[in-house]
Design a binder for this molecule. Sequence first.
Ligand SMILES: Cc1cc2nc3c(=O)[nH]c(=O)nc-3n(C[C@H](O)[C@H](O)[C@H](O)COP(=O)(O)OP(=O)(O)OC[C@H]3O[C@@H](n4cnc5c(N)ncnc54)[C@H](O)[C@@H]3O)c2cc1C
Length: 417
Amino acid sequence: VQGWPEVTMAARRSAGTGEVLVVGGGIGGLTAALAMARAGLGVRVLERAGQFAELGAGLQMAPNASRVLDRLGILQRVIEAGVLPRRLALRSALTGRELAALDVGGRFRRRYGAPYVVLHRSDLLAILVDACAAAGVSLHPGKDVLAVTDHGDRVCARCADGTAYRGIAAIAADGLHSRLREMFSDDAPVCSGFVAYRGTIDISQENIGEVTRCAALDEVVAWIGPGLHFVQYALCSGTVCNRVAVFRSRQYAAGEQDWGTPGELDDVFSACCPQVRTAMTALWRDRRWPMYDREPIGRWARGRVALLGDAAHPMLQYLAQGACQAIEDAYVLAGKLACCAGKDGSHLVPKALAEYEQARAPQAMRVQRTARLWGDIWHIDGAGAVLRDELFAYHRPGSYRYTDWLYGPVTEREERA
Ligand SMILES: Cc1cc2nc3c(=O)[nH]c(=O)nc-3n(C[C@H](O)[C@H](O)[C@H](O)COP(=O)(O)OP(=O)(O)OC[C@H]3O[C@@H](n4cnc5c(N)ncnc54)[C@H](O)[C@@H]3O)c2cc1C
């Protein structure tokens, strides 16, 4: 990840470069907008929804992402809004027994130069919106982009309300169901047959006993079992508990239209340990998230258009990396486009976007593939599960040999230690 010189707002306004258009104002799009504004580019975000908002609840930010948030100057706010867990733990969903853990305290932070943070998605989005506005990004909710055309020397984004915007580049950060990805691939999202239920509860005097019986407030715990898992961690400075239940739907496998129903959720989790069964009560039952990814594609940039975040590399959430990878994309993209910020820089855009693709695609594709594999390992049954548990027992919580590739680079200080 390369840095770039800070430029003042005045310098940016006087640069007269034309804007970069960002299609989609989720975590990926807004982080990209912020990073590019900080790199001296004019940026306009076009978001389909009527307001900038995030659905769902908690989000885990590993150091590969929190390091970027630090460089963008918003990590302190993120930490204040979230929780710094001390450890990540895997437990058996059937017996409750701990299978493996990873310390993510001080040594971990020194090793990766940034913390593991968990926070509410809406808090992160609010911090990004504020920072974008302060950095001079033009934010436009209610803009459903129908198409982007590349005219060689500029791009044009046409919206459903009849408006059109010109720019020097278009960044498609329009998520899993990206319309602009059609410019790169005719693929479709791949349904995993798994579904997620989410929920939060306030941690009050009355229920703190119930919450901490399941897991300590400074732990991120995943109970894993055959075809299912359940995750719990605290958010919002420890005042809110986030819970997620995920399972393989037999209704989906049977070809039923209405699959992953609340009835199936209760049925599948009825075999779990008492902590998990108790924690299930906090889940929202009126919404669920069927889980999709896509096959990796290595081509994300063509001319003046590039994909970013879930539009480029949607992944299953088992490594908690989808948003983290989008944040990494954002920083690398801005670093590459920084050279286009000057008056005569526009012609450099296609080369910068190609370099961004080359810098990011191999790692993001690896994370996509590994997320599928990690899910298979979590959800395995029978003899495979016995072998997994035996292998996990050899893992030491302070060993980072399996996380360096994902959370690194490792800082020099920790390498010498
Ligand atoms: C259950 C679950 C748990 C997860 N947990 C984690 C985690 O702990 N850590 C982590 O890093 N990741 C996690 N993820 C993944 C993460 O949520 C996504 O990878 C991330 O939100 C992707 O961000 P994005 O900005 O690329 O896309 P999105 O968040 O999908 O944003 C896309 C935006 O584009 C807008 N848009 C779409 N089409 C158009 C259009 N035509 N015109 C204009 N705007 C448009 C949408 O309205 C939306 O605002 C999880 C995912 C799930 C399902």
